[in-house]
Design a protein around this ligand. Structure first.
Ligand code: AMP
Ligand code: GLY
Length: 424
């Protein structure tokens, strides 16, 4: 089988790494890929939003299955386009990917189908938004409706911060068209978790639990990022919480999407806020989480290719997933300045030493090749991911890998997995 993976970050490196282990697979291509991916698959210089180019490539190279990593091509309709041409592709169709591409849509869907979520309203005008902010009081959360690369959410500690956020978004200064509608919602307390499931639109197969670390600095301080590290399993997702999430969040959402005429196929990712026995949905994503994908796929024992194929064919009924008992921890190493403007082009040292460690894999995210050297080229550069018999052991091993790697200005959190350790 020939497989094409669309994307070029840490998530896609993990997908390619896992897909390459399948005995069903002959050739794996990745567009655009990255230097780490290039060590195990063929990188092809096509952008993730070049839908005609990707279609032409998949047709010319007899691709049997395309697997889409990021949200942008999904929201542009890559799945619809490939299916119209009779090609198999894993991912949500455009009308289903709206669950991530529009926060107003996903909040309205949750309300209609009784999926637990924060109280909210949607606004296109500043004045009524301010009146709502005054009614709920701070802290309060302001979200740009559209895709904003994980940066469209302001958790406002004061009324003034919230008013500034809605004003900036609605007047078009911040996030452009993505901010022409805003969701203002109740602030939720608790501990976050990422809950992912494969679905064919009817059957739902949950992945193992995971937890991301969104804030840039230790102790969940500083601005939010795409994610500074993740681990699996996440003990905050107890068996009781798991059952509650499946019944009240995943099942209702998948059924609701089907009832709306937007059957959801692919991987559905719910961002959760858990407080005791209460679980609420912060958001949905129409894709694997990045970096959650890295520890999850290191723990997945089953061949992923038949699962992705079954989803793309719309029938998950014969499929089940097996997981390694070990825990996995991924520590993201980032460029100086990230999540703001960051340095690029610094030579990365120590990749070979880290790569020689057992039960550890260094996934590339923002790297590129410069005259044979691997250099930094993105905000999140590497995801050092390790397995261990306990979360604590996996943390120790991951940080041994991190310690072997360096470049000018590198930064990373030193407390990835601490919340799980506190519960172990
Ligand atoms: P979202 O993209 O909607 O998941 O929001 C990004 C991050 O903002 C989340 O991971 C949370 O850390 C935070 N956040 C979003 N909504 C809320 C809320 N209602 N209450 C508290 N924190 C929130
Ligand atoms: N790590 C969070 C996300 O992928 O959205």
């Amino acid at each position: 089988m020939n497989i094409l993976v669309v994307g070029g970050g840490g998530r896609e490196h993990a997908l390619v790494w896992k897909i390459c282990q399948s005995p069903l697979v002959e050739r794996v291509y990745c567009t655009p890929g990255n230097p780490g991916i290039g060590q195990m698959a063929e990188n092809v210089p096509l952008a993730v939003d070049d839908l005609p180019g990707l279609l032409a490539f998949a047709t010319a190279r007899d691709i049997d299955l395309t697997v889409v990593g990021p949200e942008l091509p999904l929201s542009l309709g890559i799945v619809d386009l490939f299916e119209e041409h009779g090609l198999k592709i894993f991912g949500a169709r455009r009308n289903a990917a709206l669950i991530e591409a529009s926060k107003a849509f996903s909040k309205d869907l949750m309300k209609k189908y009784q999926v637990p979520t924060a109280a909210y309203e949607v606004f296109t005008e500043v004045e009524p938004a301010i009146a709502f902010i005054d009614r709920l009081g701070a802290p309060i959360v302001v979200k740009a409706d559209g895709l904003a690369a994980g940066k469209g959410v302001i958790v406002a500690q004061t009324r003034d911060e919230a008013v500034t956020a809605v004003t900036d978004m609605l007047s078009g200064n911040a996030f452009g068209a993505a901010g022409s509608r805003v969701v203002v919602e109740e602030f939720l307390r608790g501990e976050e978790a990422s809950f992912l499931a494969f679905t064919d639109g009817r059957n739902i197969i949950p992945l193992a639990s995971a937890q991301d670390h969104k804030a840039v600095f230790d102790g969940d301080t500083g601005p939010n990022t795409g994610g500074m590290g993740a681990y699996s399993p996440a003990p905050v997702v107890t068996p009781a919480i798991h059952d509650q999430v499946m019944a009240e969040i995943m099942q209702r959402t998948v059924d609701g999407m089907a009832a709306e005429g937007r059957p959801y196929r692919g991987v559905l990712y719910a961002g959760l806020m858990i407080d005791g026995t209460s679980v609420k949905t912060l958001e949905f994503n129409a894709r694997f989480g990045d970096p959650e994908c890295q520890p999850l796929l290191m723990r997945l024992k089953s061949d992923i290719v038949p699962v992705l194929m079954a989803v793309s064919e719309g029938d998950l009924s014969g499929i089940s997933l097996e997981w390694h008992d070990q825990a996995a921890v991924c520590v993201v190493m980032a460029s100086a300045g990230y999540p703001g403007d960051y340095r690029k082009g610094d030579t990365i040292h120590g990749l070979d030493q880290a790569g020689a460690l057992e039960d550890l894999f260094v996934f590339h995210a923002g790297t590129s090749l410069d005259q044979g050297r691997i250099v930094t080229s993105g905000g999140r550069v590497l995801g050092v991911t390790a397995l261990g018999p306990t979360v604590r052991a996996a943390i120790d091993r991951a940080y041994r890998g991190v310690a072997a790697i360096s470049w000018k200005g590198v930064h990373f959190r030193t407390d990835i997995g601490k919340k799980a350790m506190d519960r172990e």
